[in-house]
Ligand binder design. Structure first.
Ligand code: F6P
Length: 358
């Protein structure tokens, strides 16, 4: 008997269901060993509080194209994981106990950065763990790509495409704020795909004067509008110099809902141009996975299934140089994959005339 636990943790994204389906289909197709699947509900919460449902192969049929996660998810911050809960429960011990009580052979964990830190902690405590890299941010170290990313690029690009037509009609400056947390992968890709004129990324602090100069240049060249793709984590050169404490102080009295509104206000003030802000927000994480993500998540799931059958644990299944690879969990945990300002894609974007406000 093979007993496999599964959970999805952190912000959801497209293709979580496709990835889980990939694992289970592989286990069922590649082995005659009887299989019990324990689906823990709402991420680590399900493992801590023993909330799970027993699943069969049938539960994984017809979910390839479904967005969200059939198991539910939640954020369980790593920084609090070793603190007792409100009732004094030791959460890590509870997870270990539930794993052993159910006599699990392994736990498949689908998640992003925070999730991987906890997954690695459970591995260190002796559990058999396999992880799959999910996040629209594409910021997980150890893999060139995460599933959910390409679907989010499609949605954010579509938002920029829609803004393009109205911006052109009105001759306005338009900002589209793209998710991505502290990294710029999503904004860069959607910005380039949507033909943005200016792209602001967390990894390349911006100078507002350079942004205004680019807008004015476009005006002079007869372009009636400017599209700016702004990463939600974008930061100005002045702010990039602030200490953590100074930044915290600034944010206490911050009058804007997000960075895009600050950029908009400063452009308006400096150029007198009419600026509008669009924030697609969680739409970027929603809906059906794009075909790329369906295939990609299925491939990752298949490899995870194979690792389980080979009894190889302690790995994240990732993607490197166009190959599905296994990466040691201890190498992945706690590291973010930033976009390098020197990356060739940034240089190419600059050759195309895109400004990064630097
Ligand atoms: O990590 C995925 C992500 O969508 C980020 O891009 C974003 O900053 C964050 O999650 C939003 O988190 P929440 O869903 O908790 O608001």
């Amino acid at each position: 008997m093979l007993r496999v636990g599964m959970l999805t943790s952190g912000g959801d994204c497209q293709a979580l269901n496709a990835a889980m389906r990939g694992v289970v289909k592989t286990l069922l197709n590649m082995s005659d060993e009887p299989l019990e699947i324990y689906g823990f509900l709402d991420g680590y919460q399900g493992l801590i509080y023993s909330r799970f449902k027993m699943l069969t192969g049938k539960d994984f049929s017809g979910i390839l194209t479904e967005g969200g996660t059939m198991l539910g998810t939640s954020r369980t911050p790593f920084k609090d994981i070793e603190k007792p809960d409100a009732n004094g429960l030791n959460k890590v011990d509870a997870m270990l106990q539930n794993y052993y009580k159910l006599q699990l052979d392994c736990l498949v964990i689908l998640g992003g950065n925070g999730t991987h830190k906890t997954a690695n902690l459970l591995r260190e405590k002796g559990l058999n763990i396999i992880t799959l890299p999910k996040t629209i941010d594409n910021d997980l170290w150890g893999t060139d790509m995460t599933f959910g990313f390409q679907s989010a690029v499609d949605i954010a690009t579509n938002a920029i495409d829609c803004i393009h037509t109205t911006a052109a009609s009105h001759g306005r400056v338009f900002i589209v704020e793209v998710m991505g947390h502290k990294v710029g992968w999503l904004t860069l890709n959607a910005g380039m795909a949507g033909g943005a004129d200016i792209i602001l990324l967390p990894e390349i602090p911006y100078d507002i004067n350079k942004i205004c100069k680019k807008i004015e240049e476009r005006d002079k060249n007869g372009s009636r509008f400017t599209i700016i793709a702004v990463a939600e984590g974008a930061i100005s050169k002045e702010d990039a110099k602030l200490s953590k404490k100074e930044m915290k102080k600034k944010m206490e009295n911050y009058p804007y809902p997000s960075v895009s509104y600050e950029v908009a206000a400063r452009i308006q003030e400096k150029t007198g141009r009419e600026v509008r802000v669009t924030v697609p927000g969680h739409v970027q994480r929603g809906g059906s996975p794009c075909p790329y993500d369906r295939v990609f998540a299925s491939r990752l799931g298949a490899e995870a299934g194979k690792l389980i059958l080979d009894r190889q644990f302690g790995f994240m299944v990732g993607y490197k140089d166009r190959e599905i690879v296994r990466v040691s969990l201890e190498d992945v945990a706690g590291k973010l994959k930033y976009l390098s300002p020197d990356a060739t894609i940034i240089q190419e974007a600059k050759m195309l005339g895109i400004s990064f406000g630097d």
